[in-house]
Write a protein that binds this ligand. Structure first.
Ligand SMILES: CC(=O)SCCNC(=O)CCNC(=O)[C@H](O)C(C)(C)COP(=O)(O)OP(=O)(O)OC[C@H]1O[C@@H](n2cnc3c(N)ncnc32)[C@H](O)[C@@H]1OP(=O)(O)O
Ligand SMILES: O=C([O-])CC(=O)C(=O)O
Length: 411
């Protein structure tokens, strides 16, 4: 009897609280009771288009706490972290679970430096890709190739996976920048050992040793992109990892997911849109025209933040202000501000991180088709942590469907 009463009480409570995801959990319990011959309820289809608000898994990595407007990563808040630590410390936090002290930070830096050796066979292979290949597709191809060099591929233990994660974090910036160079018919660059992780990455992307300001802003962008709970790409990676497929396989799925314009691909789309306009007025007219044609405006809206500003966008906006002041050119800043005001007025929508990351990358001199690949390189820290967590406590993902096809008929 107690087993029957407990879900009824929870049902009443969640109805009162209008808590949808809790309601789903309780309905699941009711369904089990149905099966056990307990109380009878009409079968409720547990169907949420796009899995909106569905709690799909347990994680100790991160949470978007929308009520407190906080992005919690391993118990710390991302925006607070962005004022205190660099991207390398974030890698330590995500892979080791704690903020590094000075000697641990030094160790991670050394480890990322040591693991930079990319298999030389990779360059001739990537050079054979058609020149029109998007660098994200080159990233995906490279991941498949380097899987073949992993002597330990079937070892999904945490130790082996952490080792792999560090190696990928060390190599992927080099692979990303050099695959772009190869696609342009240029030869690969060698990393500059004297530079920090982020300065070296930016150097490989632009062929220029960055100023301190550029280095700081680029590092900040990597940190802000590094982890964000369960976006489509992270879910894709965990779904693949849940078959006990390896880290490279899970990451190739994540790259493909991230490439789409509704997700990571938005940062490139934002930049192409900004370049279509010459002035804030011109940009407003462009956005109004797109809205009148029911087009989505890239860089606005978010499944979880919905009608609130992505807190990361605010930090990137400040970075754009700093760069604009330093370079004596505020044309993109003024266009972005005009777009932001217009979208708030017309649609009640606010920018996400991609909206301000795009002009920041442009002003840092980075080629546009590398914006989403950079997002992937940064997100590798979070993605690998999620794949490790999935392999540590695995349950195969295998949901059901709401069938809308024809009913059974005999042939
Ligand atoms: C780092 C990241 O990956 S952040 C996301 C980056 N992606 C983008 O910037 C792409 C543009 N944004 C979007 O397409 C959406 O806001 C998403 C995909 C991010 C979230 O989408 P969902 O949660 O599925 O919301 P959905 O697309 O159903 O939109 C809800 C309503 O807001 C509108 N809306 C949402 N975003 C936008 C937008 N960017 N431009 C115009 N209208 C929008 C929709 O048209 C819809 O309106 P309607 O109810 O009148 O039909
Ligand atoms: O959380 C999401 O759905 C998308 C996003 O902002 C990210 O991956 O950084």
């Amino acid at each position: 009897m107690r087993r029957v009463l407990r879900p009824i009480k929870s049902y009443v409570r969640v109805i009162e609280e209008r808590n949808e995801s809790a309601l789903i959990n309780v309905l699941t319990q009711f369904q089990s009771f149905n099966k056990l011959g307990g109380i009878q309820l009409p079968a409720e289809p547990l169907f949420k288009p796009g899995l909106q608000d569905v709690v799909a898994l347990e994680t100790s990595i991160s949470l978007l706490d929308t009520e407190r407007e906080q992005i919690i990563i391993k118990g710390f808040e991302l925006i607070e972290l962005s004022q205190e630590i660099d991207y390398v410390a974030m890698i330590h936090l995500l892979l080791e679970g704690s903020l590094p002290d000075a000697s641990q930070a030094e160790k991670v830096k050394k480890r990322l430096g040591k693991d930079r050796q990319v298999q030389k066979d990779l360059w001739p292979l990537l050079a054979q890709l058609p020149a029109s290949t998007h660098p994200m597709d080159a990233q995906r191809t490279a991941l498949s190739v380097i899987a073949g060099y992993d002597q330990n591929l079937d070892d999904r233990s945490t130790a082996a996976n952490v080792e792999r994660a560090y190696r990928l974090l060390a190599q992927m910036p080099i692979i990303t920048a050099n695959s772009y160079r190869l696609l342009q018919g240029q030869s690969p660059l060698t990393p500059d050992e004297s530079l920090s992780y982020s300065a070296n990455f930016l150097y490989l992307l632009t062929e220029n040793v960055p100023s301190k300001l550029s280095e700081r802003i680029f590092d900040l962008s990597l940190l802000l992109y590094s982890e964000h709970e369960l976006p489509n790409s992270t879910f894709a990676a965990r779904v693949i990892a849940s078959t006990l497929s390896d880290m490279y396989g899970a990451l190739t799925g994540a790259v493909s997911s991230l490439k789409g314009q509704l997700h990571g691909g938005a940062n490139e789309a934002v930049m192409y849109m900004l370049l279509e306009a010459d002035s804030p007025e011109d940009f407003e007219a462009l956005l109004l025209q797109k809205l009148s044609q029911k087009e989505k405006i890239m860089g606005f809206g978010h499944r979880v933040y919905a009608k609130k500003m992505d807190p990361r966008a605010l930090i990137m906006k400040r970075a754009l202000m700093d760069l604009s002041e330093h370079q004596g050119n505020d044309s993109f800043l003024r266009m972005c501000e005009a777009g932001e005001a217009l979208m708030e007025r017309e649609k009640g929508l606010y920018p996400n991180l991609d909206y301000y990351a795009a002009p920041v990358y442009y002003m840092l001199g980075i080629p546009i088709s590398l914006y989403t690949p950079i997002f992937f390189c940064s997100r590798l820290a979070g993605l690998t942590a999620h794949i490790i967590e999935q392999h540590e406590a695995n349950r195969l993902f295998r949901p059901r469907v709401h069938y809308t096809g024809a009913p059974y008929q005999s042939i």
